[in-house]
Design a protein around this ligand. Structure first.
Ligand SMILES: [Ca+2]
Ligand SMILES: [Ca+2]
Ligand SMILES: [Ca+2]
Ligand SMILES: [Ca+2]
Length: 340
């Protein structure tokens, strides 16, 4: 079995494992509503929620390291006045727009703390995160007590858009009891329409067409290159949809580009059709200083920094286009010059 087909095989194996995991008794799909109509309903409902709920703005914004537990969201009941030191969510959230499944969606971010770390994930990266999820009626369907690691690309469309808005922690310390304390992590909340969540799919604790509220703490992130071809996964998407990993398959061989080590099927693997210049240093700051002096051309990017045996490494990647037809060699089946 060639390397390429072994990757495809693994991909299909993973798909089949996931489909086996779905318990038909807990995941029930109902006939799908029209997305345009549902989006209008969800938007009205979310605006109503944000206008009728407030939070402890003065208190939570005064903390150096605010946590999910510190953020308290409360419903304003009939006849009540907004207490001083509190703010309505609608006055403090950022309203964002995105396109998903050809529909324009609005979603909302409450940014309590940006995060002091240098790293911010792309939608396809690994993240280490705490979260707390509820419906808009306040019922909690899931929460973590210690940070968990996810491949963000496998999570909800709303998460793909919101989590990359934040930075991870600036530092962490391992405690003697085995726990880890994080400093300066990003913390906030998101309010997302059902169309950027589970939509028609019913899940335990989450009825079909539920708008969702998540609070979260972003601890760490790490770049993902699922097929190790030196093109990070977030770059292996089509020009028309920056979040679509599975729909982009240059050579139409079923393996989408982010799982394909020879993206144009010309027999030369992608990592040999790009130029890779390695940089390393014995200190992280030394490497960062060197990388900062590089003037990146439009067809160049830096890989994320990795460390091994006390050395910090990063690659300068150049997407070479030998015949200058606007298509880099690794996506151009007519161009298979191996780059030294
Ligand atoms: Ca890749
Ligand atoms: Ca392919
Ligand atoms: Ca690839
Ligand atoms: Ca190729």
């Amino acid at each position: 079995m060639s390397h390429k087909y072994s990757i495809l095989f693994i991909f299909l194996l993973i798909l089949s494992v996931f489909s086996c995991e779905e318990d038909p008794e807990t995941i029930i799909s109902v006939p799908e509503n029209d997305r345009t109509e549902q989006q209008l309903t969800d938007k009205d409902s979310l605006i109503g929620y944000l206008s009728s709920h407030y939070y402890n703005s003065s208190e939570v914004n005064s903390l150096a390291n605010p946590t999910m537990q510190d953020l308290v969201i409360i419903e304003l009941l009939d006849g009540e006045e907004l207490p001083s030191d509190y703010s309505f969510l609608i006055d403090d959230v950022e309203t964002k727009m995105t396109t998903h499944m050809d529909i324009e969606y609005e979603y909302y971010i409450l940014r309590i703390k940006q995060g002091e770390g240098e790293l911010s994930p792309e939608f396809s990266d690994d993240i280490k995160i705490n979260y707390w999820g509820s419906l808009t009626d306040g019922s909690v369907f899931d929460q973590t007590t210690t940070p968990v690691v996810f491949d963000l690309s496998t999570l909800l469309p709303g998460w793909h858009r919101v989590i990359p808005e934040f930075n991870a922690s600036s530092s962490f310390v391992s405690n003697s009891d085995g726990s880890v304390s994080y400093n300066g992590f990003g913390m906030g909340a998101m309010f997302i329409p059902s169309g950027l969540a589970y939509y028609a799919v019913y899940q335990t604790g989450i009825p079909s067409y539920s708008n969702l509220v998540f609070k979260f703490e972003l601890m760490q992130t790490e770049s993902n290159d699922h097929d190790s071809d030196n093109i990070p996964s977030y770059m292996e998407v089509s020009d028309s949809n920056e979040y679509d990993l599975y729909g982009f398959d240059t050579d139409d061989d079923i393996a989408p580009n982010f799982l394909d080590i020879d993206d144009d099927a010309d027999g030369t693997i992608t990592s040999e059709e790009i130029q890779i210049e390695a940089y390393s240093d014995t200190t992280l700051s030394g490497l960062q200083t060197t990388l900062n002096t590089i003037d990146l051309l439009s067809n160049q990017f830096l890989s994320s920094i990795s460390s091994a045996n006390g050395t910090f490494n990063a690659n300068l990647i150049t997407l070479v286009d030998s015949n200058q037809n606007g298509i880099p060699n690794y996506l151009d089946a007519t161009e298979s010059d191996i780059i030294d």
